[in-house]
Design a protein. Structure first.
Lengths: 231, 231
DNA sequence: CGCCAATCGACTGTCGACAATCGACTGATG
DNA sequence: CATCAGTCGATTGTCGACAGTCGATTGGCG
Protein backbone atom coordinates (compact mmCIF):
# COMPACT_ATOMS: atom_id res chain seq x y z
CA UNK A 1 0.00 0.00 0.00
CA UNK A 2 2.51 2.58 1.09
CA UNK A 3 5.02 0.84 -1.14
CA UNK A 4 5.23 3.98 -3.22
CA UNK A 5 6.22 6.11 -0.28
CA UNK A 6 8.75 3.60 0.91
CA UNK A 7 10.28 3.32 -2.53
CA UNK A 8 10.57 7.06 -2.88
CA UNK A 9 13.68 7.46 -0.79
CA UNK A 10 15.53 4.13 -0.76
CA UNK A 11 15.41 4.07 -4.56
CA UNK A 12 18.16 6.64 -4.63
CA UNK A 13 21.55 5.29 -3.74
CA UNK A 14 23.35 6.35 -0.62
CA UNK A 15 25.69 8.30 -2.83
CA UNK A 16 22.87 10.42 -4.24
CA UNK A 17 21.45 10.84 -0.80
CA UNK A 18 24.77 12.05 0.53
CA UNK A 19 25.19 14.42 -2.38
CA UNK A 20 21.85 16.01 -1.71
CA UNK A 21 22.43 16.41 1.99
CA UNK A 22 25.88 17.91 1.56
CA UNK A 23 24.77 20.14 -1.29
CA UNK A 24 21.96 21.45 0.82
CA UNK A 25 24.30 22.01 3.77
CA UNK A 26 26.78 23.87 1.60
CA UNK A 27 24.36 26.04 -0.37
CA UNK A 28 22.52 26.96 2.82
CA UNK A 29 25.71 28.10 4.46
CA UNK A 30 25.50 25.51 7.21
CA UNK A 31 28.88 24.37 5.93
CA UNK A 32 30.59 27.69 5.18
CA UNK A 33 33.36 28.32 2.64
CA UNK A 34 36.68 27.15 4.00
CA UNK A 35 35.12 24.43 6.12
CA UNK A 36 37.12 21.25 5.98
CA UNK A 37 35.35 18.05 5.05
CA UNK A 38 36.70 14.93 6.72
CA UNK A 39 35.61 11.67 5.21
CA UNK A 40 35.45 9.42 8.25
CA UNK A 41 33.65 12.10 10.21
CA UNK A 42 31.03 12.75 7.51
CA UNK A 43 30.59 9.04 6.86
CA UNK A 44 29.84 8.43 10.51
CA UNK A 45 27.43 11.35 10.69
CA UNK A 46 25.60 10.22 7.56
CA UNK A 47 25.61 6.58 8.51
CA UNK A 48 27.43 5.23 5.46
CA UNK A 49 30.81 3.90 4.62
CA UNK A 50 33.43 6.03 2.95
CA UNK A 51 32.97 4.56 -0.53
CA UNK A 52 29.70 6.28 -1.45
CA UNK A 53 30.76 9.35 0.48
CA UNK A 54 33.90 9.71 -1.58
CA UNK A 55 31.93 9.40 -4.80
CA UNK A 56 29.63 12.10 -3.52
CA UNK A 57 32.60 14.34 -2.81
CA UNK A 58 33.87 13.85 -6.35
CA UNK A 59 30.52 14.96 -7.66
CA UNK A 60 30.37 18.04 -5.43
CA UNK A 61 33.87 18.89 -6.54
CA UNK A 62 32.76 18.80 -10.17
CA UNK A 63 29.88 21.06 -9.23
CA UNK A 64 32.39 23.58 -7.95
CA UNK A 65 31.07 23.45 -4.39
CA UNK A 66 34.16 21.85 -2.92
CA UNK A 67 37.78 21.36 -3.78
CA UNK A 68 40.08 18.55 -2.79
CA UNK A 69 43.82 18.28 -2.31
CA UNK A 70 45.52 14.89 -2.61
CA UNK A 71 45.91 13.21 0.76
CA UNK A 72 44.80 16.41 2.47
CA UNK A 73 41.07 16.34 2.15
CA UNK A 74 38.37 18.62 0.84
CA UNK A 75 37.10 22.04 1.74
CA UNK A 76 34.00 24.03 0.93
CA UNK A 77 34.44 26.68 -1.76
CA UNK A 78 32.96 30.15 -1.94
CA UNK A 79 31.79 32.02 -5.03
CA UNK A 80 32.60 35.62 -5.73
CA UNK A 81 29.92 37.99 -6.93
CA UNK A 82 32.15 38.73 -9.88
CA UNK A 83 32.22 35.12 -11.04
CA UNK A 84 28.50 34.68 -10.51
CA UNK A 85 27.79 37.81 -12.47
CA UNK A 86 30.29 37.43 -15.30
CA UNK A 87 30.53 33.67 -15.60
CA UNK A 88 27.73 31.63 -14.08
CA UNK A 89 24.78 33.84 -14.94
CA UNK A 90 25.87 34.43 -18.54
CA UNK A 91 26.22 30.68 -18.87
CA UNK A 92 22.71 30.28 -17.50
CA UNK A 93 21.44 32.67 -20.12
CA UNK A 94 23.18 30.71 -22.84
CA UNK A 95 21.65 27.48 -21.60
CA UNK A 96 18.16 28.80 -21.21
CA UNK A 97 18.06 30.70 -24.45
CA UNK A 98 18.73 27.40 -26.15
CA UNK A 99 16.66 25.15 -23.89
CA UNK A 100 13.49 27.23 -23.77
CA UNK A 101 13.20 27.25 -27.52
CA UNK A 102 13.86 23.52 -27.68
CA UNK A 103 11.30 22.89 -24.97
CA UNK A 104 8.64 24.97 -26.69
CA UNK A 105 7.15 22.23 -28.91
CA UNK A 106 7.67 19.55 -26.26
CA UNK A 107 5.71 21.01 -23.39
CA UNK A 108 2.36 19.32 -22.98
CA UNK A 109 -0.67 20.43 -20.99
CA UNK A 110 0.51 18.75 -17.82
CA UNK A 111 3.85 20.52 -18.02
CA UNK A 112 2.25 23.91 -18.47
CA UNK A 113 -0.10 23.19 -15.58
CA UNK A 114 2.86 22.24 -13.39
CA UNK A 115 4.67 25.42 -14.38
CA UNK A 116 1.57 27.43 -13.51
CA UNK A 117 1.40 25.64 -10.17
CA UNK A 118 5.02 26.56 -9.45
CA UNK A 119 4.25 30.20 -10.21
CA UNK A 120 1.41 30.02 -7.71
CA UNK A 121 3.77 28.54 -5.14
CA UNK A 122 6.13 31.43 -5.80
CA UNK A 123 3.35 33.95 -5.26
CA UNK A 124 2.41 32.44 -1.93
CA UNK A 125 6.02 32.13 -0.85
CA UNK A 126 6.81 35.68 -1.88
CA UNK A 127 3.82 37.06 0.00
CA UNK A 128 4.76 35.16 3.14
CA UNK A 129 8.46 35.92 2.86
CA UNK A 130 9.34 32.23 2.57
CA UNK A 131 12.65 32.80 0.83
CA UNK A 132 13.56 29.14 0.85
CA UNK A 133 10.44 27.92 -0.93
CA UNK A 134 10.57 30.83 -3.31
CA UNK A 135 14.04 29.85 -4.46
CA UNK A 136 13.11 26.16 -4.67
CA UNK A 137 10.09 26.84 -6.86
CA UNK A 138 12.21 29.17 -8.99
CA UNK A 139 14.75 26.45 -9.62
CA UNK A 140 12.11 23.77 -10.15
CA UNK A 141 10.51 25.97 -12.83
CA UNK A 142 13.69 26.33 -14.82
CA UNK A 143 14.71 22.73 -14.36
CA UNK A 144 11.40 21.43 -15.64
CA UNK A 145 11.75 23.43 -18.82
CA UNK A 146 15.32 22.29 -19.33
CA UNK A 147 14.44 18.67 -18.69
CA UNK A 148 11.66 18.89 -21.25
CA UNK A 149 14.03 20.42 -23.78
CA UNK A 150 15.60 16.95 -23.79
CA UNK A 151 19.08 18.28 -24.46
CA UNK A 152 21.47 16.07 -22.55
CA UNK A 153 24.37 18.43 -22.23
CA UNK A 154 22.25 21.45 -21.60
CA UNK A 155 20.71 19.73 -18.61
CA UNK A 156 24.08 18.49 -17.44
CA UNK A 157 25.54 22.00 -17.55
CA UNK A 158 22.52 23.43 -15.77
CA UNK A 159 22.96 20.94 -12.95
CA UNK A 160 26.62 21.87 -12.77
CA UNK A 161 26.14 25.59 -12.35
CA UNK A 162 22.82 25.72 -10.58
CA UNK A 163 24.06 24.75 -7.09
CA UNK A 164 26.65 27.49 -7.12
CA UNK A 165 24.19 30.13 -8.22
CA UNK A 166 21.88 28.94 -5.50
CA UNK A 167 24.67 28.97 -2.93
CA UNK A 168 25.54 32.51 -3.92
CA UNK A 169 22.02 33.80 -3.54
CA UNK A 170 21.46 31.97 -0.27
CA UNK A 171 24.80 32.62 1.42
CA UNK A 172 26.69 35.45 -0.09
CA UNK A 173 24.40 37.79 -1.95
CA UNK A 174 22.90 40.79 -0.24
CA UNK A 175 19.19 40.11 0.19
CA UNK A 176 17.36 41.44 -2.80
CA UNK A 177 14.50 43.82 -2.72
CA UNK A 178 11.22 42.81 -4.28
CA UNK A 179 10.26 39.14 -3.81
CA UNK A 180 7.02 39.63 -5.76
CA UNK A 181 9.08 40.28 -8.87
CA UNK A 182 9.96 36.59 -8.97
CA UNK A 183 6.45 35.17 -9.55
CA UNK A 184 5.62 38.06 -11.84
CA UNK A 185 8.59 37.42 -14.10
CA UNK A 186 7.97 33.70 -14.19
CA UNK A 187 4.39 34.35 -15.14
CA UNK A 188 5.74 36.33 -18.08
CA UNK A 189 8.00 33.47 -19.03
CA UNK A 190 5.12 31.04 -18.82
CA UNK A 191 2.86 33.31 -20.87
CA UNK A 192 5.53 33.48 -23.55
CA UNK A 193 5.77 29.70 -23.53
CA UNK A 194 2.02 29.32 -23.85
CA UNK A 195 1.83 31.90 -26.63
CA UNK A 196 4.70 30.08 -28.33
CA UNK A 197 6.25 32.97 -30.21
CA UNK A 198 9.97 32.36 -30.24
CA UNK A 199 11.34 35.92 -30.48
CA UNK A 200 9.21 37.11 -27.58
CA UNK A 201 10.32 34.10 -25.59
CA UNK A 202 14.00 34.88 -26.12
CA UNK A 203 13.51 38.48 -25.11
CA UNK A 204 11.74 37.53 -21.91
CA UNK A 205 14.36 34.90 -21.04
CA UNK A 206 17.25 37.33 -21.21
CA UNK A 207 15.36 40.01 -19.36
CA UNK A 208 14.44 37.54 -16.66
CA UNK A 209 17.88 36.39 -15.75
CA UNK A 210 19.47 39.80 -15.84
CA UNK A 211 16.99 41.01 -13.29
CA UNK A 212 18.59 38.81 -10.69
CA UNK A 213 21.67 40.98 -10.97
CA UNK A 214 20.33 44.47 -11.32
CA UNK A 215 19.10 44.48 -7.75
CA UNK A 216 22.17 43.70 -5.64
CA UNK A 217 24.76 45.98 -7.15
CA UNK A 218 27.40 46.49 -4.50
CA UNK A 219 30.64 45.35 -6.17
CA UNK A 220 31.05 42.80 -3.42
CA UNK A 221 34.20 41.11 -2.20
CA UNK A 222 36.29 38.85 -4.40
CA UNK A 223 36.58 35.90 -2.06
CA UNK A 224 38.97 33.60 -3.86
CA UNK A 225 40.25 30.72 -1.81
CA UNK A 226 43.84 29.72 -1.50
CA UNK A 227 44.81 26.10 -0.94
CA UNK A 228 45.62 25.40 2.71
CA UNK A 229 49.15 24.86 1.60
CA UNK A 230 49.96 25.76 -1.97
CA UNK A 231 52.76 23.57 -3.16
CA UNK B 1 68.64 10.44 -9.74
CA UNK B 2 65.64 9.72 -11.92
CA UNK B 3 63.48 10.34 -8.85
CA UNK B 4 61.82 13.20 -10.69
CA UNK B 5 60.73 11.01 -13.54
CA UNK B 6 59.48 8.30 -11.26
CA UNK B 7 57.52 10.79 -9.20
CA UNK B 8 55.93 12.32 -12.25
CA UNK B 9 53.36 9.63 -12.81
CA UNK B 10 52.78 7.84 -9.51
CA UNK B 11 52.14 11.21 -7.87
CA UNK B 12 48.74 11.24 -9.46
CA UNK B 13 46.28 8.89 -7.87
CA UNK B 14 44.98 5.87 -9.70
CA UNK B 15 41.68 7.67 -9.97
CA UNK B 16 43.22 10.56 -11.90
CA UNK B 17 45.16 8.15 -14.00
CA UNK B 18 42.01 6.25 -14.89
CA UNK B 19 40.14 9.47 -15.67
CA UNK B 20 42.82 10.52 -18.10
CA UNK B 21 42.97 7.20 -19.86
CA UNK B 22 39.22 6.90 -20.23
CA UNK B 23 38.82 10.53 -21.25
CA UNK B 24 41.42 10.06 -23.94
CA UNK B 25 39.77 6.84 -25.11
CA UNK B 26 36.38 8.53 -25.30
CA UNK B 27 37.41 11.80 -26.91
CA UNK B 28 39.48 9.95 -29.49
CA UNK B 29 36.55 7.77 -30.45
CA UNK B 30 38.26 4.57 -29.35
CA UNK B 31 35.26 4.16 -27.06
CA UNK B 32 32.41 5.34 -29.29
CA UNK B 33 29.09 6.84 -28.16
CA UNK B 34 26.77 4.12 -26.94
CA UNK B 35 29.60 1.88 -25.79
CA UNK B 36 28.82 0.27 -22.49
CA UNK B 37 31.32 0.64 -19.65
CA UNK B 38 31.51 -2.33 -17.30
CA UNK B 39 33.27 -1.69 -14.03
CA UNK B 40 34.93 -5.06 -13.36
CA UNK B 41 36.07 -5.29 -16.95
CA UNK B 42 37.63 -1.81 -16.98
CA UNK B 43 39.15 -2.30 -13.54
CA UNK B 44 40.86 -5.46 -14.69
CA UNK B 45 42.11 -3.85 -17.88
CA UNK B 46 43.46 -0.84 -16.00
CA UNK B 47 44.89 -2.87 -13.17
CA UNK B 48 42.99 -1.25 -10.32
CA UNK B 49 40.17 -2.10 -8.02
CA UNK B 50 36.69 -0.82 -8.62
CA UNK B 51 36.81 1.93 -6.00
CA UNK B 52 39.02 4.41 -7.87
CA UNK B 53 37.43 3.36 -11.13
CA UNK B 54 33.98 4.23 -9.87
CA UNK B 55 35.16 7.63 -8.73
CA UNK B 56 36.64 8.18 -12.15
CA UNK B 57 33.32 7.27 -13.75
CA UNK B 58 31.54 9.80 -11.54
CA UNK B 59 33.91 12.46 -12.76
CA UNK B 60 33.50 11.56 -16.42
CA UNK B 61 29.77 11.63 -15.92
CA UNK B 62 30.00 15.18 -14.56
CA UNK B 63 32.05 16.08 -17.60
CA UNK B 64 29.20 14.92 -19.78
CA UNK B 65 31.25 12.19 -21.44
CA UNK B 66 29.31 9.31 -19.95
CA UNK B 67 25.98 8.67 -18.36
CA UNK B 68 25.07 6.08 -15.78
CA UNK B 69 21.87 4.29 -14.89
CA UNK B 70 21.41 2.85 -11.39
CA UNK B 71 22.38 -0.81 -11.24
CA UNK B 72 22.70 -0.89 -15.01
CA UNK B 73 26.03 0.68 -15.65
CA UNK B 74 27.42 3.51 -17.74
CA UNK B 75 27.61 4.28 -21.41
CA UNK B 76 29.59 6.70 -23.52
CA UNK B 77 27.68 9.80 -24.63
CA UNK B 78 27.81 11.62 -27.93
CA UNK B 79 27.52 15.34 -28.57
CA UNK B 80 25.38 16.87 -31.25
CA UNK B 81 26.74 19.63 -33.44
CA UNK B 82 23.81 21.71 -32.34
CA UNK B 83 24.71 21.52 -28.67
CA UNK B 84 28.36 22.18 -29.36
CA UNK B 85 27.49 25.18 -31.45
CA UNK B 86 24.70 26.68 -29.35
CA UNK B 87 25.71 25.62 -25.86
CA UNK B 88 29.31 24.57 -25.35
CA UNK B 89 31.04 27.07 -27.61
CA UNK B 90 29.02 30.06 -26.37
CA UNK B 91 29.93 28.98 -22.85
CA UNK B 92 33.57 28.85 -23.87
CA UNK B 93 33.31 32.38 -25.17
CA UNK B 94 31.79 33.53 -21.92
CA UNK B 95 34.56 31.90 -19.94
CA UNK B 96 37.37 33.20 -22.06
CA UNK B 97 36.07 36.72 -22.39
CA UNK B 98 36.22 36.88 -18.63
CA UNK B 99 39.39 34.87 -18.07
CA UNK B 100 41.59 36.53 -20.68
CA UNK B 101 41.00 39.95 -19.19
CA UNK B 102 41.64 38.62 -15.69
CA UNK B 103 44.82 36.92 -16.84
CA UNK B 104 46.11 40.04 -18.55
CA UNK B 105 47.91 41.60 -15.56
CA UNK B 106 48.98 38.22 -14.20
CA UNK B 107 50.92 36.85 -17.14
CA UNK B 108 54.65 37.07 -16.60
CA UNK B 109 57.46 36.73 -19.09
CA UNK B 110 57.68 32.97 -18.68
CA UNK B 111 53.98 32.60 -19.39
CA UNK B 112 54.17 34.66 -22.54
CA UNK B 113 57.22 32.69 -23.67
CA UNK B 114 55.35 29.43 -23.07
CA UNK B 115 52.38 30.72 -25.04
CA UNK B 116 54.70 31.68 -27.87
CA UNK B 117 56.23 28.21 -27.74
CA UNK B 118 52.79 26.65 -28.03
CA UNK B 119 52.05 28.78 -31.08
CA UNK B 120 55.27 27.50 -32.62
CA UNK B 121 54.22 23.94 -31.86
CA UNK B 122 50.93 24.66 -33.59
CA UNK B 123 52.70 25.96 -36.66
CA UNK B 124 54.85 22.87 -36.94
CA UNK B 125 51.91 20.56 -36.28
CA UNK B 126 49.73 22.37 -38.80
CA UNK B 127 52.38 22.20 -41.49
CA UNK B 128 52.91 18.51 -40.91
CA UNK B 129 49.23 17.72 -40.62
CA UNK B 130 49.62 16.45 -37.05
CA UNK B 131 46.01 17.03 -36.06
CA UNK B 132 46.45 15.50 -32.65
CA UNK B 133 49.31 17.73 -31.54
CA UNK B 134 47.65 20.74 -33.08
CA UNK B 135 44.58 20.23 -30.93
CA UNK B 136 46.64 19.53 -27.82
CA UNK B 137 48.66 22.71 -28.19
CA UNK B 138 45.45 24.62 -28.86
CA UNK B 139 43.93 23.41 -25.62
CA UNK B 140 47.14 23.91 -23.66
CA UNK B 141 47.24 27.52 -24.84
CA UNK B 142 43.76 28.29 -23.58
CA UNK B 143 44.17 26.36 -20.38
CA UNK B 144 47.34 28.19 -19.45
CA UNK B 145 45.62 31.54 -19.80
CA UNK B 146 42.64 30.38 -17.76
CA UNK B 147 44.84 28.93 -15.05
CA UNK B 148 46.70 32.21 -14.81
CA UNK B 149 43.44 34.12 -14.55
CA UNK B 150 43.21 32.46 -11.14
CA UNK B 151 39.43 32.27 -11.24
CA UNK B 152 38.44 29.04 -9.55
CA UNK B 153 35.06 28.55 -11.09
CA UNK B 154 36.09 29.71 -14.50
CA UNK B 155 38.78 27.04 -14.59
CA UNK B 156 36.40 24.44 -13.22
CA UNK B 157 33.84 25.20 -15.93
CA UNK B 158 36.51 25.15 -18.61
CA UNK B 159 37.60 21.68 -17.52
CA UNK B 160 33.97 20.58 -17.56
CA UNK B 161 33.23 21.59 -21.13
CA UNK B 162 36.62 21.22 -22.74
CA UNK B 163 36.61 17.39 -23.06
CA UNK B 164 33.29 17.45 -24.87
CA UNK B 165 34.39 20.12 -27.29
CA UNK B 166 37.53 18.12 -27.91
CA UNK B 167 35.53 14.93 -28.38
CA UNK B 168 33.31 16.68 -30.88
CA UNK B 169 36.15 17.99 -32.97
CA UNK B 170 38.04 14.70 -32.86
CA UNK B 171 35.15 12.29 -33.39
CA UNK B 172 32.11 13.90 -34.80
CA UNK B 173 32.98 17.12 -36.60
CA UNK B 174 33.68 17.10 -40.31
CA UNK B 175 37.39 17.77 -40.74
CA UNK B 176 37.93 21.46 -41.10
CA UNK B 177 39.74 23.15 -43.87
CA UNK B 178 42.72 25.30 -43.08
CA UNK B 179 44.97 24.03 -40.27
CA UNK B 180 47.30 27.02 -40.61
CA UNK B 181 44.50 29.26 -39.39
CA UNK B 182 44.95 27.83 -35.91
CA UNK B 183 48.49 29.06 -35.21
CA UNK B 184 47.73 32.35 -36.98
CA UNK B 185 44.74 33.07 -34.79
CA UNK B 186 46.56 32.15 -31.63
CA UNK B 187 49.38 34.45 -32.64
CA UNK B 188 46.81 37.21 -32.84
CA UNK B 189 45.52 36.33 -29.40
CA UNK B 190 49.03 36.33 -28.02
CA UNK B 191 49.83 39.65 -29.66
CA UNK B 192 46.74 41.15 -28.09
CA UNK B 193 47.82 39.80 -24.71
CA UNK B 194 51.30 41.25 -25.11
CA UNK B 195 49.94 44.61 -26.24
CA UNK B 196 47.58 44.51 -23.28
CA UNK B 197 44.74 46.58 -24.69
CA UNK B 198 41.55 45.13 -23.29
CA UNK B 199 39.02 46.04 -26.01
CA UNK B 200 41.22 44.61 -28.75
CA UNK B 201 41.69 41.50 -26.70
CA UNK B 202 37.96 40.95 -26.31
CA UNK B 203 37.37 41.41 -30.01
CA UNK B 204 40.05 38.89 -30.92
CA UNK B 205 38.77 36.36 -28.37
CA UNK B 206 35.26 36.31 -29.78
CA UNK B 207 36.48 36.22 -33.33
CA UNK B 208 38.79 33.37 -32.49
CA UNK B 209 36.27 30.98 -31.08
CA UNK B 210 33.63 31.63 -33.68
CA UNK B 211 36.06 30.65 -36.39
CA UNK B 212 35.96 27.08 -35.20
CA UNK B 213 32.36 26.97 -36.25
CA UNK B 214 32.28 28.92 -39.47
CA UNK B 215 34.22 26.25 -41.29
CA UNK B 216 32.16 23.09 -40.81
CA UNK B 217 28.68 24.37 -41.56
CA UNK B 218 26.66 21.37 -42.58
CA UNK B 219 23.73 21.38 -40.14
CA UNK B 220 24.80 17.94 -39.05
CA UNK B 221 22.79 15.20 -37.38
CA UNK B 222 21.19 15.62 -33.98
CA UNK B 223 22.53 12.50 -32.34
CA UNK B 224 20.77 12.49 -29.01
CA UNK B 225 21.01 9.28 -27.08
CA UNK B 226 18.13 7.51 -25.51
CA UNK B 227 18.58 5.53 -22.32
CA UNK B 228 18.83 1.79 -23.03
CA UNK B 229 15.57 1.42 -21.18
CA UNK B 230 13.83 4.62 -20.15
CA UNK B 231 11.87 3.96 -17.01
C1' DC C 1 69.60 28.39 21.13
C1' DG C 2 68.53 27.14 16.36
C1' DC C 3 68.35 23.59 12.86
C1' DC C 4 67.52 19.25 10.79
C1' DA C 5 66.11 14.34 10.58
C1' DA C 6 63.29 10.60 12.62
C1' DT C 7 58.80 9.55 14.47
C1' DC C 8 53.85 9.90 15.07
C1' DG C 9 48.93 10.76 14.53
C1' DA C 10 45.39 11.83 11.50
C1' DC C 11 43.90 11.45 7.39
C1' DT C 12 43.11 9.90 2.46
C1' DG C 13 43.81 6.18 -1.22
C1' DT C 14 43.02 1.38 -2.42
C1' DC C 15 41.53 -3.29 -2.10
C1' DG C 16 38.73 -7.65 -1.90
C1' DA C 17 34.48 -9.49 -0.31
C1' DC C 18 29.59 -9.29 0.29
C1' DA C 19 24.72 -7.47 -0.49
C1' DA C 20 21.23 -5.68 -3.55
C1' DT C 21 19.19 -5.08 -7.97
C1' DC C 22 18.16 -5.67 -12.82
C1' DG C 23 16.72 -8.07 -17.07
C1' DA C 24 16.43 -12.42 -19.23
C1' DC C 25 15.11 -16.88 -19.04
C1' DT C 26 12.06 -20.62 -17.62
C1' DG C 27 8.31 -23.18 -16.86
C1' DA C 28 3.73 -23.61 -15.03
C1' DT C 29 -1.06 -22.18 -15.90
C1' DG C 30 -5.20 -20.50 -17.92
C1' DC D 1 -0.49 -20.25 -27.37
C1' DA D 2 -0.02 -16.19 -24.52
C1' DT D 3 0.88 -14.62 -19.89
C1' DC D 4 2.97 -14.18 -15.68
C1' DA D 5 5.46 -15.46 -11.22
C1' DG D 6 9.87 -17.46 -9.95
C1' DT D 7 14.71 -18.20 -10.64
C1' DC D 8 19.35 -17.14 -12.21
C1' DG D 9 23.50 -14.85 -13.98
C1' DA D 10 25.61 -10.56 -14.56
C1' DT D 11 26.70 -6.23 -12.76
C1' DT D 12 26.38 -2.38 -9.65
C1' DG D 13 26.18 -0.59 -4.70
C1' DT D 14 28.29 -0.83 -0.10
C1' DC D 15 31.30 -2.14 3.53
C1' DG D 16 35.38 -2.83 6.68
C1' DA D 17 40.22 -3.34 6.70
C1' DC D 18 44.76 -2.14 5.28
C1' DA D 19 48.40 0.70 2.92
C1' DG D 20 50.34 5.21 1.82
C1' DT D 21 51.05 10.12 2.51
C1' DC D 22 51.19 14.57 4.82
C1' DG D 23 52.24 17.95 8.43
C1' DA D 24 53.41 18.43 13.14
C1' DT D 25 56.10 17.13 16.82
C1' DT D 26 60.00 15.51 18.99
C1' DG D 27 64.59 14.85 20.05
C1' DG D 28 69.44 14.87 18.84
C1' DC D 29 73.30 17.75 17.36
C1' DG D 30 76.15 21.56 16.12
Amino acid sequence: MNELLVRQVPTQSRREHVVEILREAITSGQLPPGHRLIEVELAKQLGTSRAPLREALRQLEQEGLTRSYPYRGSEVLGVSQEEVEHVLVPIRITLERFAFVKALPRLNGDDLAELQRLVTVMETAAREGATEELADADIAFHELVIVRSDQTHCLQMWRTIQPRVRAYFRRDAPAHDDPMAVPRQHQELLDALVAGREPDLLRVVEQHIHTHLDAPRLDGPDDQQNPPDAR
